[in-house]
Design a binder for this molecule. Structure first.
Ligand SMILES: [Zn+2]
Length: 235
């Protein structure tokens, strides 16, 4: 059990970026309407957890907001796939009202383009190790730094196994979308428990809906044992 932490500011170092992104080969983000809820997170022995699968709201077809994530090339293909699984789940939950779009960062970046990306409102998913300034909090697995204008998700790659990457990023992408920690929550609990069935529960979705001004009733969330999916608040 290792805490995941969110800090307000960090020195940017060691990572530079180029504007050109190559789209990752992620599977389509949304399920067809009216199909059975889909199963995610097989790696967490959580086959009993399912996502709701509500019809796409009319507003989703009228044009949704897109959040662009640039993924560090230091993530290998297996890791990129796990990042993609986290993005797929969030895109399913957001039901078209907000959409994550992923692109790969080109190699050998410059810090000028990094600043440009930040100004464009993009998010950068960076793979760092324990020597990086983002890893100052010694028990953190990852660190999300930023706000409405974009920012960084630092993944401290030498602190956990690849199999935990999807779960860790489900949590961090919650921060990207404006959710905070909920001591009584599931996904957004302040301490990561790798034995949990990790998925985006109603409490996490409610925090994101509030932060993003989205109608909670039109979003999806995970249902299953131990998850509160009937009450209006997870608290
Ligand atoms: Zn956190």
């Amino acid at each position: 059990m290792l805490p995941l932490r969110l800090v307000a500011s960090l020195v940017i170092s060691g990572l530079a970026l180029v504007l050109m992104g190559i789209v990752l080969s992620f599977a389509p983000a949304r399920a067809a309407n009216g199909t059975a809820p889909r199963d995610y997170g097989r790696d967490y022995n959580s086959s009993v957890y399912r996502y709701t699968d509500k019809p796409a709201p009319a507003a989703a077809t009228a044009g949704s907001r897109t959040l662009t994530l640039y993924v560090d090339r230091d993530f290998d293909p297996a890791e990129r796939e796990r990042i993609g699984l986290a993005l797929q789940q969030w895109n399913h939950v957001l039901n078209g009202l907000v959409r994550f779009r992923a692109a790969l960062l080109p190699p050998d970046p410059s810090s000028q383009t990094l600043a440009q990306l930040r100004r464009s409102g993009a998010w950068i998913v960076a793979k760092v190790d324990s020597r990086h300034p983002a890893a100052r909090e010694r028990t953190a697995l990852a660190m999300t730094v930023g706000g409405r204008g974009g920012g960084f998700v630092y993944v401290i790659g030498d602190r956990f196994a690849t199999r935990d990457l999807t779960a860790v990023l489900l949590h961090e992408f919650g921060h990207v979308l404006g959710a905070g920690h909920d001591p009584h929550g599931h996904l957004m609990a302040p301490v990561y428990d790798r034995n949990n069935g990790h998925c985006i529960d109603r409490g996490a979705v409610a925090m994101v809906a509030s932060a993003q001004h989205l109608p909670l009733s039109q979003l999806n969330w995970c249902v299953g044992p131990g998850l509160d999916d009937s009450r209006t608040s997870s608290r």
